[in-house]
Design a protein around this ligand. Structure first.
Ligand code: GLC
Length: 696
């Protein structure tokens, strides 16, 4: 036990220097790059420039999608690899899905995941990782929710830019899908309709942070439309906002196949590379369009120049390919386990966790004995070994008295065990990227390929299994696997403990064992609100071809409707207790610095996640009840105290006005700090009069 006062230290919630170190995109000599790009372009024929703005072929080559390149000119091709969960090329480290990493609220950890995933892509001769996915989890029924970090814009931006800066130590990144790709089943046709304020305040800031603060080398445009115009040919998104407003120097590549809907409109709007191959950007169509005066060679040169710019900026022609021994190396495997451990969200614990190895344990459910890594769409990663929950529990200690029951087993004697651990949840069949396939399961059944979820409950058979176990077991612990919110209200009162483990990656089983047996305390926080019922949320029509997006979804929507979720955004229990002991707030120039003192008042080590939300009083525009504007994570030994510094720039407090742009409003701001969105005991109120800030 450390002396309470001796271990006081101060940490930054977001240490820019640490997070962005080594990001090649931030170290570019733009003057020199511009000269080299001009030189290259001047030496290229129209044909060679057109070759730069399209992929080579529909199918990947060893997992790599090629685009552009010219050996004679020493211009390397882009070699693009998915994705957000690790390298989708051969065997690679399957990290926990992004929503799990979002639950860690640990930006430095996410930087490390970016570093590792980027390194493995580079070792496979890739030079672009098609990640991170940063589309907002607008509704938990979205099939690709697992692939993104959060329902919240600020949290998404912090996690996404951390991945970008880590990965761009080794390869180019491509935050995706730009923009408002928030529904899966109709993604090729749906129009996400959005007013300008909601677009700029809610749906774009995290992309902007990746592009401006993280110097993301590219952006992948989305399949869907925004306000009726396909993203792949959207002049406002691809030129006005991305380039005029944000100064983006990277390139835009389309999403695959239907991500490009035209030749002329797409190229003129600012689509720089058609992927995976040149259906629309083929020689004949481009030549004809130039002949017809619809396209100019200057525009082709502009778009090709953007691709070349990043090839030169990252010096792709001279980059060494790391040794393949880095793939699934011990360090990455241990990182995958650490991430999984820190991602688990303990939602309920009535004095049953942690377990001891002297207890007898019944492990129940088919999911305990399968590798459940997430969907089998483009973010899928295959690892050489995956530890299932059952294998992890068995490996934890051979003295553990453990018995496994499949889902259809007779559990009549389950009361003979001290505890029952039920592993339930979803798989790639119930949610994920919807890639129709003719593949059949081994039993001949159709291989359901994910998609959106019509409701948020578990399959009925699993709810029944949980209830049956809870009826006779001494203590019942439920571990939930899945990539988004799951409705638990119909059975959660019958069980003693509940933990969300997401799709925990190749080391998930070991992480589950270490957390269940208390080798490490759970510390995850929900990056998505868990509603009591889907009926608490906005309408959800998976067949919709028009969807209105506004300022409110997730906790912002629930707050507006005064609806209580089952478990709120930012919530998560621990095996220890943390107390926030004080809040100091000062203004320096155009920003606030908040110092939060947090103490571990329990008897085990753990990770605390102080969170800052802002509420507004007397605003002339509609504002959310509160919105997340800062968070950090501190690991604390029992008794230890740490000060967390959260920086809050005035820009974060502005609202967007279609006529005046960003407005820092003269009104009252409540800076509220706590350990979950519904637990904000500390507050510092400030009035801005248009000139000065005055504490109230
Ligand atoms: C897919 C996905 C995109 C992925 C691409 C290449 O359709 O939408 O995220 O990077 O195709 O696999």
């Amino acid at each position: 036990m450390l002396d309470a006062m001796e271990a006081n230290r101060s940490e930054k919630a977001f240490d820019r220097e640490k997070i962005h170190s080594g990001n090649i995109g931030l170290e570019v000599d733009h003057g020199a790059v511009e000269i080299e790009v001009e030189r290259l372009l001047a030496s290229m024929t129209l044909q060679q420039k057109v070759h730069e703005i399209r992929g080579w072929q529909a199918a990947p080559i060893d997992g790599l999608y090629y685009a552009g390149g010219d050996e004679g000119l020493n211009i390397p091709a882009f070699r693009m690899v998915d994705g957000p969960r690790g390298a989708r090329a051969g065997m690679a480290t399957a990290f926990p899905v992004a929503i799990a990493r979002g639950a860690t609220f640990d930006v430095e950890l996410e930087r490390r995941v970016g570093l590792a995933a980027g390194l493995e892509v580079a070792a496979k001769n890739g030079n672009v990782i098609l990640a991170p996915t940063i589309n907002l989890l607008r509704h938990p029924g979205w099939g690709r929710a697992q692939e993104t970090y959060s329902e919240d814009t600020f949290h998404m931006g912090a996690m996404g830019v951390s991945f970008v800066s880590g990965a761009q130590n080794h390869v180019l990144t491509s935050p995706k899908h730009f923009a408002l790709n928030n529904l899966e089943m109709t993604r090729f046709e749906v129009s996400a309709n959005v007013d300008e304020r909601s677009l700029h305040e809610v749906y774009l800031p995290h992309f902007k942070r990746c592009v401006v603060e993280g110097a993301a080398a590219s952006v992948m445009s989305a399949y869907n439309k925004v306000n009726g115009v396909y993203c792949g040919e959207h002049p406002v998104l691809l030129s006005d906002i991305l380039r005029e407003d944000w100064g983006f120097k990277g390139f835009v590549e389309s999403d695959w196949f239907l991500g490009t809907r035209s030749t002329v409109a797409a190229i003129n709007a600012g689509m720089d590379i058609e992927m995976p191959t040149g259906y629309r950007f083929d020689d004949e169509k481009i030549t004809q369009a130039i002949t017809d005066g619809e396209l100019t060679e200057e525009t082709i040169t502009r778009n090709a120049g953007r691709a070349l710019y990043q090839k030169v900026a990252f010096d792709l022609a001279n980059r060494e390919v790391p040794d393949e021994s880095v793939v699934e190396c011990r360090e990455h495997i241990e990182l995958a386990r650490e991430v999984a451990e820190k991602s688990f969200v303990l939602l309920k614990n009535e004095s049953v966790l942690p377990l001891t190895t002297t207890q007898s344990i019944a492990v129940v459910g088919d999911l305990a004995d399968v590798a459940n890594l997430g969907d089998r769409g483009s973010s899928m990663v295959t690892s050489s070994a995956v530890t299932t929950p059952l294998a992890g529990l068995r490996a934890f200690g051979n003295e553990v008295d453990l018995h496994y029951y499949a889902s259809d087993a007779d559990i009549s004697n389950i009361g003979e065990f001290d505890v029952a651990v039920v592993v339930a949840g979803l798989t790639y069949k119930e949610e994920g990227e919807f890639i129709p396939t003719q593949q059949q399961e081994s039993d001949g059944s159709d291989l359901a390929r994910g998609g959106d979820r019509a409701d948020l409950r578990l399959p009925e058979s699993q709810e029944r299994l949980i209830r049956e176990v809870a009826l006779t077991a001494n203590k019942t612990i439920v571990l939930l696997e899945g990539g988004s919110a799951i409705e638990v209200s119909s059975w959660v009162n019958e069980v003693d403990a509940l933990m969300m483990v997401w799709y925990p990656g190749r080391e998930g089983g070991h992480a589950i064992a270490r957390v269940l047996f208390g080798a490490v305390s759970p510390s995850g926080k929900l990056p998505v609100s868990f509603p009591q019922s889907i009926r608490q949320l906005m309408d959800w029509d998976m067949s919709a071809l028009d969807i209105n997006h506004d300022l409110f979804h997730g906790y912002r929507y629930l707050d507006k409707k005064a609806e209580q979720p089952e478990y709120p955004f930012g919530f998560g229990l621990s095996y220890t207790e943390f107390t926030l002991e004080g809040l100091q707030v000062e203004r320096v120039e155009n920003r606030f610095f908040l110092n939060v003192s947090v103490r571990n008042t329990g008897d085990t080590a753990g990770g605390a996640v102080p969170q800052l939300y802002v509420s507004y009083r007397n605003s002339v525009v509609e504002r959310p009840v509160k919105e997340l504007k800062g968070f950090g994570r501190v690991e604390l030994e029992p008794g230890e105290v740490a000060d967390l510094e959260i920086e809050l720039g005035d820009a974060e407090l502005c609202y967007y006005d279609p006529l005046d742009g960003w407005v820092l409003e003269a009104c009252t701001y409540e800076l509220r700090v706590g350990q979950a969105s519904d637990d904000l005991p500390f507050e510092s109120t400030w009035r801005f009069d248009g000139e000065d800030w005055l504490p109230e």
